[in-house]
Design a protein around this ligand. Structure first.
Ligand code: UT7
Length: 369
């Protein structure tokens, strides 16, 4: 861990971007064949046509390692000195997933921890990383949003099964000055725990225990639950309110915002957010049609796709905003930096990173990105 220094530069500057989604495509036809739903309902109500699922035996860290490796490569390959993973689907309840990811990237020894803010997790992790950089506790932070919702959604739940997909996106942040392209901020973050039941997995924590009188969770309470209609309303109000707050704090006018990159909750929600902000729909960045809602991964994955499309040019004003369980919400702005060409997340990894224990697996140092 870097030692703190009073002269440390004070802001986080985005200098690397990468994403990865698993190859298995689950289209609306596949879901309609086994659930009481239709391609027309899914497309009209959510804007989603495909989503990706991990294979049995894979886990969130497998997604996070690929995305992290690509982001570090995009940032020039220098090793980060801290790793944050925003996720709702950690590999295990304990320990956190970030140390595992750091070790597999050859970064064992650096501070590494998870950030739990559901679909707002990536925004919370960006703000947390900015704090590490501002204090000088770190100089280069790998921030990953990674989720594998297919592992917690009830396969028979027609509403959530159509919405959620698996994936990971990542950025590298370095210390820098507020005038630089890529400098993050200001931030707006918030929460309202009165809405805890609107998005939840009831079992597996200390309230519905794995040990004790209740025994291990076996019923439907072990699956992800969402009260879609209420969440929909909160998502529009909170994302547009939070976005407005950072625009005011940054003194950005509507014309300064070239791209709105929101959490990919539902296409109707995203359209409503840009409408509330008085921005034209052309400025909305969305890849929900192809990836669905990938939780904490959705903002960096949308950035990756927009960058791969050549949509993000250096100097463009970019607004990030997210909403999720908790309830939580958050936003920030940045001027897009010059980055090397971004590899599209759906491009196969090259070569795949072997998991520890696989015959022929190199030592962590040899795997260094
Ligand atoms: O990432 C965290 C944040 N998440 C979000 O922001 C998601 C927010 N919510 C949503 O995106 C939407 O509320 C949903 C996509 C979840 C649902 O869309 P909706 O337009 O709000 O539908 P609804 O819940 O009002 O349900 C309308 C009807 C219901 O039937 P009845 O009661 O009218 O007979 C549902 O049972 O649609 C039915 N329904 C479905 N029908 C076909 C629900 N899911 C499906 C389905 N296929 N997959």
């Amino acid at each position: 861990m870097a030692q703190t220094s009073p002269s440390a530069p004070s802001v986080a500057v985005l200098c690397g971007l990468g994403g990865w989604v698993p190859p298995r495509i689950v289209d609306n036809a596949e879901l309609s064949a086994r659930l009481d739903t239709t391609d027309a309902w899914i497309t009209e109500r959510t804007g989603i046509r495909h989503r990706r699922h991990i294979e049995p035996g894979q886990a969130t860290s497998d997604l996070a390692v690929e995305a992290g490796r690509r982001a570090v490569r995009s940032a020039g390959g220098a090793p980060p000195d801290a790793v944050l993973v925003a996720t709702t689907t950690p590999d295990r309840p304990c320990p956190a997933t970030a140390p595992v990811v750091a070790a597999r990237l050859g970064l064992a020894g650096v501070p590494a921890f998870d950030v739990a803010a559901v679909c707002t997790g990536f925004l919370y992790a960006l703000a947390t990383a900015s704090g590490l950089l501002a204090t000088g506790a770190a100089r280069r932070v790998l921030v990953i949003g990674a989720d594998a919702y297919s592992t917690i959604v009830d396969p028979g739940d027609r509403t959530n099964a159509v919405i959620f997909g698996d994936g990971a996106g990542a950025v590298v942040l370095r210390s820098g000055s507020p005038e630089e392209l890529g400098a993050l901020g200001p931030f707006d973050l918030g929460s309202d725990g009165a809405g805890e039941d609107l998005i939840t997995v009831r079992a597996g924590g200390s309230r519905q225990r794995s040990a004790g009188d209740d025994g291990p969770p076996a019923g439907p309470e072990r699956f992800f639950e969402m009260h879609g209609r209420a969440v929909y309303r909160h998502a529009v109000v909170r994302m547009s309110g939070s976005a407005r707050a950072v625009l005011d704090a940054a003194d950005w006018k509507s014309d300064t915002v070239a791209h709105v990159v929101p959490h990919q909750a539902n296409l109707r929600i995203l359209r409503s957010v840009v409408e509330h902000l008085g921005l034209p729909e052309e400025r909305l960045v969305t890849n929900i049609r192809d990836l669905g809602n990938t939780g904490a991964a959705s903002v960096p994955l949308a950035l990756c796709d927009a960058a791969a499309d050549g949509r993000l040019t250096p100097g463009d004003g970019v607004l990030l905003t997210a909403f999720g369980g908790g309830l939580t919400w958050g936003s920030c702005v940045l001027r897009w930096p010059a980055l090397p060409p971004t590899v599209r997340p759906a491009t196969p990894a090259d070569p795949p990173t072997p998991r520890p224990g696989t015959p022929g697996t190199p030592t962590p140092k040899e795997q260094h990105p």
